[in-house]
Design a protein around this ligand. Structure first.
Ligand SMILES: [Zn+2]
Length: 300
């Protein structure tokens, strides 16, 4: 008997004092809780030793990332097995309908970018990851705007910000690779206003939104990259070389939307370089950036 995606049936009447719950869910691997206590992952059979001869109410909860919480009260009786097949209801993708400006760093008026020990250029890595991220985000229903149309196209940092603004982007993420003595990824955001070409920016609302985005982006990336790439923390633009002189990076000063600069790895570090040139490393980085973005958009 099926109703509203939920089938309840007393399948087997077994002897003994325990009640049993035979659980499946679509999709599988949902976390199972009975009266708030974690019992395992679907599919599974759960024994309820507190069950009585008279039917009693138990609260069954299933949790699965990306799906609505599934919650039902069931009556269970000692010695009986109840079968539950739960149809999980998908939550809307937090990335669907968002406009995301991806800015593959370099070449710009300031720099052509760094290089790895084996000779791979930052410009190339930024471009490759940007294209892969674009196709992944597009497949999830996001509108993606790129600030360049070819790998070696020179675009000024001011123009990059204007492209994000003109497209009413919900966020601008600037992809870079660092030159540094250590290893790992870093997220930068404008922590104060700066000045460039006589313009002061970004607006305080953009600074606040960027701070929030930096924290959630870093958290999401860290979840995916743990065990592969270290996190070097969240820092203000004012901690960068150009930011320390101008107050913020040029691309941040002209941005009217939340803006992050992501140093995806330290390209001058040989093991980081090996990670980011490998297909598996690139795939993981694209997943990490998506996780960061979805963590931000789930709350904003
Ligand atoms: Zn760079």
């Amino acid at each position: 008997m099926f109703f509203a995606g939920l089938a309840l049936a007393v399948a087997v009447v077994a002897s003994g004092d325990e009640a049993r719950l035979s659980l499946t869910s679509k999709p599988a691997h949902a976390k199972v809780f009975v009266n708030g206590y974690f019992k395992g992952f679907t599919p599974c059979t759960v024994s309820i030793s507190s069950a009585q001869a008279a039917p009693q109410q138990y609260r069954l909860t299933l949790l699965l990332a990306g799906y609505q919480k599934w919650d039902k009260y069931l009556s269970l009786t000692a010695g009986a097995t109840k079968t539950v097949n739960a149809q999980m209801e998908k939550l809307p993708d937090p990335l669907a309908g968002k406009t995301i400006c991806i800015d593959p760093g370099h070449p710009s008026e300031t720099s052509a970018g760094t290089k790895g020990p084996s000779g791979v250029t930052e410009n190339h890595i930024n471009w490759v990851i940007a294209l892969k991220l674009k196709s992944a985000l597009t497949a999830r229903g996001a509108n993606v705007v790129l600030t360049k149309s070819a790998e070696n196209q020179k675009v000024t940092n001011r123009r990059r910000a204007q492209i994000a603004n003109e497209n009413n982007s919900d966020i601008m993420i600037r992809l870079h690779c660092d030159a540094a003595p250590n290893s790992g990824f870093t997220v930068y955001y404008p922590d104060r206003q700066g000045e460039r070409y006589g313009v002061t920016g970004p607006a305080p609302t953009v600074i606040n939104a960027s701070r929030c985005a930096a924290s959630l982006m870093y958290q999401g990336m860290k979840e995916m990259l743990t065990a592969h790439l270290a996190g070097r923390g969240i820092h203000g633009d004012s901690a960068t070389y150009i930011g320390s002189r101008q107050g913020a990076l040029t691309g941040s000063i002209f941005s009217q939307v939340p803006v992050l600069t992501i140093e995806m790895c330290v390209l001058t570090n040989a093991s980081d370089e090996q990670f980011i040139v490998s297909l598996s490393g690139q795939q993981l980085m694209v997943q990490a950036l998506q996780r960061g973005l979805e963590t931000y958009f789930a709350e904003n």
